[in-house]
Write a protein that binds this ligand. Structure first.
Ligand code: SF4
Length: 247
């Protein structure tokens, strides 16, 4: 894979949390569209979708992060991985190894991480000697229909593998999260939300939200009522299964 260097890594995002993005681009190539891709194109970092799908690893990420962590005056509650790429990019071993190294580094400063991926969360994350027990380990999951995934998240991990990796970490006592956003309307895919929820009924936390930035959602008449009903369903399911729920 290709490499770049950066002058800084750890930053406080406009959303108020600390974050690192140690890769430019993302092979998953989501077509929702991917907000990070739109921003990278607007800022001239990538020219086209094909460039975006060829990730470039920040070669000096660990050195930068180590210095930045040492210089922190106040300790953040969490550091988020990632806002503009995927830390466990499916099939990219170097990205995965670097992410584990950086999480270990952050955790060694007493700071837990909140991690979200459409790849596979490695079982090493359950290693209590190496990683913080308060790390939040999350997957993005808006369907369990593989045809949908191939259309909209073409290079991300297949859903059964993604869920199995999360379940293995749950079985090892880790805190787990499912991020259900952007949830599709029925004109994009016909599916039963209860089936998806049942597939992840072991998790500690579910976040649910609609698909706010694709005009095709509004082509579904009654999309507002649809989202209201689905949100009610998620809320009830979480209550019945003692899962923390956010929307
Ligand atoms: S996984 Fe995230 S960063 Fe990667 S293409 Fe999809 S939405 Fe963009």
């Amino acid at each position: 894979m290709e490499y770049i260097t950066r002058k800084s890594l750890l930053y406080k995002s406009g959303l108020g949390f600390y974050c690192i993005n140690h890769v430019q681009g993302c092979h998953h190539g989501c077509r929702y569209p991917c907000y990070a891709y739109s921003m990278a194109r607007a800022h001239g970092q990538v020219k086209a979708y094909a460039d975006w799908c060829l990730p470039k690893l920040v070669a000096n990420a660990a050195e930068l992060l180590s210095k930045e962590l040492d210089r922190l005056k106040t300790r953040p509650d969490y550091v988020r991985l990632c806002l503009t790429t995927d830390p466990f990019m499916y099939g990219y071993e170097e990205v995965i190894e670097m992410s584990l190294r950086l999480i270990g580094l952050i955790n060694s400063h007493g700071i837990p991480c909140s991690i979200l991926t459409k790849g596979l969360l490695p079982l090493e994350l359950a290693d209590r000697d190496r990683f913080h027990t308060d790390n939040i380990l999350g997957i993005s999951l808006i369907s369990i229909n593989e045809e949908f995934r191939k259309s909209w998240e073409p290079n991300a991990a297949p859903y059964p593998e993604r869920i199995a990796a999360l379940r293995a970490l749950h079985d090892h006592g880790c805190r787990t999260l499912v991020h259900m956003e952007p949830y599709p309307t029925p004109n994009l895919v016909r599916q039963d939300l209860t089936e998806i929820l049942r597939a992840v009924d072991f998790v500690d936390h579910i976040y649910f939200s609609g698909w706010n930035y694709n005009p095709r959602v509004k082509e579904f008449s009654g999309y507002k009522e649809f989202y209201r009903d689905q949100a009610d369903l998620v809320w009830r399911f979480c209550r019945e299964h003692a899962i923390q729920c956010d929307m």
